[in-house]
Design a protein around this ligand. Structure first.
Ligand code: AAL
Length: 398
């Protein structure tokens, strides 16, 4: 490429590497942050497509049955497995002030961990409970929720949030505990202890250790997690990582925690020599896909839209030590009916994407699902409407 002199304007032919000229902050970022100048060529940029699943009953969507916060998906003996929070209560959630031993406070209160299997990722068969609520005063006696799965040295480990009081009573406060089994089918035996402790008083993760997410990386067990910090309603979310040599811990929290400044229900996956993350909700960097070539220092890799909420990805190399992580191209996520509190519940759906390091390895074209211009039904925009008070205010002032 001929040397670009500063006198000429920025070139018409898109430079594939950073051009030797003074650049604006945005054009510096185009080459410093992103793998390619065009998102259509960027392996860490993708559109997301969604498909409804068969095999799950929601009692007529009346809010008494909810399934949410799916784990990563694993493949075992040719079959896909997923674990998730299942709530099956006589009423929809009624809030902490109106809950009881049988009436849930939140969508994940009075819940258990159930699992389902599938041959194709679209048609699922619910198999039953994996981890039930233990009797008081054992950890998780009020609710067990938001599981993730680890396979380590031929055994299986479920990590999950363990509530001993209704979520929302003081806050969404819980630690993380674990159950283990010789097979993904169970039976699961509770380890009976907290494996990731809440932070010390005054620390960002003093009250909540949420969304445990397990990957084996650099020969160690990495447990990524989220904590909401700051006094509500002015809180923020961050993500941390705790690292262990054994599934039973000790899980040592990284000194750089929080390692994400955004992200609620964040999904992680192996990518090349590092770890990538779907940072869907909350924080300045919501709706972004990020990458850390050391699994800790995450940088923006792309921005996206309509990202999967509480994604549980199929991460084929989740438990393999590799410096050529494959990436992901599908998983499950949840969708919450938040419009009508009287039927509040969540349900599972499938997302598809193209975040593969080598799409041809899955028979996909590099350009598959790389469009940035989503065709969104205009009703979706108009469904995000002003409240009557906002309408009145704006009609008055503008
Ligand atoms: C989810 C997760 C955790 C929270 C609640 C259930 O989205 O962040 O699991 O506790 O919400």
């Amino acid at each position: 490429m001929t040397k670009t002199t500063q006198s000429a304007g920025y070139p018409w032919d898109i430079p594939q590497t950073k051009p030797q000229r003074k650049l604006s902050a945005a054009m510096e970022r185009l080459y410093d942050n992103y793998l390619t100048p065009r998102p259509e060529d960027n392996p860490l940029s993708t559109a997301f497509k969604y498909t409804r699943l068969s095999g799950f009953d929601y009692n007529g969507d009346n809010g008494t049955v909810s399934r949410r916060d799916p784990s990563k998906i694993i493949k075992h003996q040719g079959r896909y497995y997923v674990w998730y929070t299942k709530r099956d209560t006589q009423t929809p959630p009624r809030g902490a002030q109106h809950c009881s031993e049988t009436i849930p406070s939140t969508d994940w209160d009075l819940a258990e961990i159930w699992y389902a299997t599938s041959e194709d990722g679209f048609h699922w068969q619910e198999q039953g409970v994996a981890v039930a609520r233990p009797p008081a005063p054992e950890v998780g006696c009020r609710s067990v929720s938001t599981p993730d799965i680890l396979s380590w040295q031929g055994k299986y480990y479920l990590y999950y949030q363990a509530f001993n009081e209704p979520s929302g009573l003081k806050g969404d406060h819980c630690p993380v505990t674990m159950s283990f089994a010789d097979s993904p089918e169970g039976p699961w035996q509770a380890c009976g202890k907290v494996v990731v402790e809440n932070g010390a008083p005054g620390e960002w993760d003093q009250f909540s250790i949420h969304d445990p997410y397990l990957l084996v990386y650099q020969n160690k067990i990495h447990l990524y997690y989220k904590a909401a910090y700051g006094d509500r309603p002015d809180y923020l979310v961050g993500n941390g990582v705790a690292i262990a040599d054994s599934p039973f811990g000790p899980f040592n929290k990284h000194p750089l925690n929080p390692i994400l400044n955004s992200g609620h229900e964040t999904a992680y996956f192996k990518f090349r020599q590092g770890i990538a993350a779907l940072v869907t909700r909350n924080g300045n960097e919501h709706s972004s896909i990020q990458y850390a070539n050391d699994g800790v220092n995450f940088e923006l890799a792309s921005v996206s839209a309509l990202m999967p909420v509480a994604a549980g990805a199929f991460v084929p190399d989740a438990f393999i030590n590799t410096d050529s992580g494959l990436g992901i191209n599908w998983g499950l996520s949840h969708f919450s009916d938040k419009k009508d509190p009287s039927t509040k519940h969540s349900f599972l759906g499938r997302f598809d994407c193209n975040l593969l390091a080598d799409p041809s390895s899955q028979g996909l074209a590099k350009s598959e699902l790389k469009e940035t211009d989503l065709v969104i039904d205009p009703d979706v925009f108009f469904s995000q409407s002003l409240t009557p008070a906002q309408l009145a205010q704006r009609s008055k002032n503008f």
